[in-house]
Design a protein around this ligand. Sequence first.
Ligand SMILES: *Cc1c(COP(=O)(O)O)cnc(C)c1O
Length: 267
Amino acid sequence: MVTNLPDGTFDLGQLESKIRHGYPDPHYPRSRLVCVENTHNIMGGRVLPLSFLQELRSVAERYGLAVHMDGARVMNAARAQGVSPSVITQHCHTVSVCLSKGLGAPVGTMLAGPKDFIQRAVCARKALGGGLRQAGILAAAGTIALTAMVDRLEEDHRHAKIFAQALLECDPPLYQVDMAAVETNIVRFYLRDPLLTPGEFCERLAAVAEGEARALGQGTRVLMFPHVGGSVRACWHLGVTEEDTQSAVSKLRFVAQQYAKERHRAR
Ligand SMILES: *Cc1c(COP(=O)(O)O)cnc(C)c1O
């Protein structure tokens, strides 16, 4: 394992120090593969810079390693960088891409790579019982995901930015967000009050409080989950509209106000 940096990359020198190469040592497995995730979920949907991917590939090839990209959200990365996905995937040997999530298909991941690799993958799929014969119903949804849904990802990115900016401007100021880190459809934010845990906060978001409908004109349940490092993660995908985003913002403002009132009373 290498250490995640805040921008979703890692130190290539550290990677190099962990590669096991040279004369086979019977105590250790030999390194064969480097995997990267793009966009990087844990770091908040960060887009891996193209220069990083290029350098990564040259380090990997120096040691005869292949590079696999877990590109579940690589289409989000491509939209955010304003490039065709192939500009990104030229730096990897193999890539997997999710047709669901932001792209909206009910299920499906595609695997791309050299022909012999795909042939081996098909064998592995068969061995694992993952075959599907009448796959047309899923392929049809996948075709829509790839033709009609890729450009739409920009809406998710826009909604995520609107949301993050509103959290920054929230009164009382309960939320802390790094706007520069909001590159795609994921927003990671922190609560400024250490007494309010991310778990309790998420429970408040998911419940409709007494008086909420009176205050906001509607009751809203917002589903988010506590994330690494004491953060909370919000994510956008097909079906979450700008109106929904505004409702979520109102709810987060309401929760911040209710919490401030409770703290005030408790003092
Ligand atoms: C969702 C996800 C997957 C798995 O996708 P499936 O469609 O369930 O195969 C793999 N990697 C990452 C980073 C993901 O976010």
